[in-house]
Structure formats: structure tokens, C-alpha cells
Write a protein that binds this ligand. Sequence first.
Ligand code: SF4
Length: 263
Amino acid sequence: MSFEQSLPKSLSPSRLADFKACPRRYQHASIERISQPATYATAKGRFAHYIFEHLFLLPNEERTAQKARELVDPAIEAILTDSVRNEIAMDLAMLDRMVDETRDIITKYFEMEDPREVNAEGVELRLGVNVDDTPLFGILDRLDRDQEGNLIIVDYKTGGMPNRNYDAQTFANTELYAALCREKLGETPTKIRLLYVAHGESIERNVTDVVVKARASNAVDAWQRIKRYYEEGDFPATPSTNTCRFCAYKDLCRANGVPVPSG
Ligand code: SF4
């Protein structure tokens, strides 16, 4: 079999995560471009990200909790489009729930940091680079400059906290962003901060050259495999309870004879 669709022009950290979880998922999402319907969680994530993005586009002194709350209505307009509402079967009760949870996120966020004091050098920063013939592209939530002059990658998380023994996977995407910064900006961030805004907690990790190089090299290897599978016309499915549980392609895989675990 060969694909009618062209190979994507670049590889992003989230698509790399798809590929590593299950190459067939990457095939459906990135080669065949079969859309993944929104869920309540993804819609809420985009909703909150819209508010933080637009809050940080304001001058420092205007980044108040009141301003953040005033961004809720524009976020409803911009993010909760008719197609999104249809996909998640949103009724008034669900809309109220999302707005209430977002207001709670805003309150918890302002207990974590004062955005008026944050020196954000980049907001929704788009970075594209070529590393060893691998086109990498990513959009950073925020890139801060701290008081010591270091760059800090900040990523908002609207889902649950990882468990206490969170592993390297928790930082995998953002460490690849650090590689993008190194290549594009000529400066490697020294730290990554993941802001779990629904919980008012953050976790941090220092960035080391060894890890940044390893993430870049891992992405280069994955891109080689993606090109090979693309030429062969088939990306292998690697079903498991964990990888399939929240995958949008369960029905498609089952129809194609993939033994997707139930649940
Ligand atoms: S349902 Fe499972 S096997 Fe199929 S694409 Fe998703 S993760 Fe892969």
C-alpha cells in the first residue's frame, strides 16, 4: 500500500509522542489526517490556554485576575465553536461547568505566580528548526527570562497531576522544546516549569545538555522510522491497554483487525 497523502512537513513534540505511543496512531493522525474529535478535556485545555495566552499579550501591569476573568467570554467565542460544541455534546450545564472550572483555574493560577512580575519573552512561541535533516516544529506556551537572565520554558497543564514518581516522560515534550530553543535561538533554557493550573501546583526540572541532545537525537531517529514506514505504506500498530484507552481510533483499528483491548 502507498499513501495518497504527503508526508507532514515537520515533526512536533506532540506528534512525536503519538508516534512513540503507537506508530499507527501517527499514521491516522498525521498522514491520513483523520481528525480526532474534541473531548471535554481537550476543549477545556484550549479554553484555558486561550485565556493565559491573551493575558500575557497584555502589558505587565494589566495582567490582573480581573482581566483574566474578562477573557472568559472571548474564549467562549473563540474556542467553543459550533463544531466543538457538537463534538462534545455541550449543553448549558456543561458550559456552566467549564466556565466554573476555568474560573477556579484562574484563581489557583494567581496563587501560583503574579503574571505582572513575569518577564515573558515569548508567548505561543513558534519555533521551527532542521536538525540532521529532521524538520522539527513546536509552539511553546511561554518562554520566560528569570531575574538571573536564564531562559525558562513554561507549559500550562490543565489535566491531573502526574503521580509522585513521575518519570522522564512527563518532561519529554518540553525537553524537545529546549532542543528547539537551542537550535533556533542559540540559547538553551536552564529550566522547565510545568504549571498544573487546575491544582495550583507546579513541578520543575533543570535542563541539561545531555538530555537536550538525547531528545533531539531521539526525534531524528523517529523521523527516519516515520519516513521508512511511509515508504513501506504501513505504520505498525502497538495496541495496549494504556495506549489505546484514550485513543480516538479504537473503532477504526478494530475494523482493521487490530486487537485493541477493551476498556
Ligand atoms: S487504538 Fe490502539 S492500536 Fe489503534 S491507533 Fe490507537 S493506540 Fe494504536
